[in-house]
Write a protein that binds this ligand. Sequence first.
Ligand SMILES: NC(=O)C1=CN([C@@H]2O[C@H](COP(=O)(O)OP(=O)(O)OC[C@H]3O[C@@H](n4cnc5c(N)ncnc54)[C@H](OP(=O)(O)O)[C@@H]3O)[C@@H](O)[C@H]2O)C=CC1
Ligand SMILES: [Mg+2]
Length: 352
Amino acid sequence: MFLYCGIACRRKFFWCYRPLSTYVTKTRYLFELKEDDDACKKAQQTGAFYLFHGLAPLLQTSAHQYLAPRHSLLELERLLGKFGQDAQRIEDSVLIGCSEQQEAWFALDLGLDSSFSISASLHKPEMETELKGSFIELRKALFQLNARDASMLSTAQALLRWHDAHQFCSRSGQPTKKNVAGSKRVCPSNNIIYYPQMAPVVITLVSDGTRCLLARQSSFPKGMYSALAGFCDIGESVEETIRREVAEEVGLEVESLQYYASQHWPFPSGSLMIACHATVKPGQTEIQVNLRELETAAWFSHDEVATALKRKGSYSQQQNGTFPFWLPPKLAISHQLIKEWVEKQTCSSLPA
Ligand SMILES: NC(=O)C1=CN([C@@H]2O[C@H](COP(=O)(O)OP(=O)(O)OC[C@H]3O[C@@H](n4cnc5c(N)ncnc54)[C@H](OP(=O)(O)O)[C@@H]3O)[C@@H](O)[C@H]2O)C=CC1
Ligand SMILES: [Mg+2]
């Protein structure tokens, strides 16, 4: 693919064709598949499918890690035939990405109730045997996947969940119809278009200059602490959400904040995690935990956090009855946010 562009060269100005980068070509290809149903159907012929059952991805075990296998359209049609399923079921699949060689990747849930008559849920164990893998809850498997599979399966699950929950138009009550890629649904009776949504969530690491504030919810695994998190309310900016969440959860006022990074997170039903560092005024650090939101919150020193970062998740109780202090795994943006804080503290304490 070529792009027509102007380049100034040795004082002359002329037009030339500049080859597009692999990334741009890939992005344009995915854009075309979302816009053009026929192109997307064609891409399915040479594409690969990640399989789910009741939103749990099909995984295979390999050396203490999970791998997400992909299946060709032919394999999928054979499998559906074997389990008495209509090949039309493939219409429920959603586009989730493509390789640099433009092999399109799709995801299909064989266990969700679709518009087709026979439910596949009866066949789950047989399917697992046939596919030489297991359908495992993403929450349990996420941290044992490589970064690419984790990202693909998170996107796939969020998109499949969204389609499952938007089968009907909220205005007319009529069934909505998805485009082939699954990038939207349309109500045929009034042409309302529904686009997949995700909920913005802020995650904030509060610091008082030397310590950082970490908290736990009672639902967290024992001993695990994380940065403060909260959903954005309608009408709020990221800055306002951070200010409100920190005040609500630990009773402190944020003085300054700095954006760090963002991450798609598949739970509870697809969130955009926006991670920031924040500081409170020195001397205004007394925590008042909101027990309706959190089990506990506390200030931690650089050394305590640096040690905890090295610890792998451990649920085993110590002899004194407590659980070791540990932090979310590497894949979670909270881990990366906390790690960055530790590194910055280390740099600022080094002699000039
Ligand atoms: N990737 C990462 O590193 C991390 C991710 N997270 C994620 O951040 C998310 C938010 O953190 P959390 O502290 O729980 O958030 P909040 O502090 O906002 O509290 C959660 C409560 O907010 C209510 N709520 C408001 N809007 C929504 C919405 N759109 N979807 C679901 N619940 C909503 C729910 O209340 P009710 O149930 O009463 O309706 C829910 O129990 C969690 O899903 C968590 O998985 C958190 C930490 C680290
Ligand atoms: Mg919270």
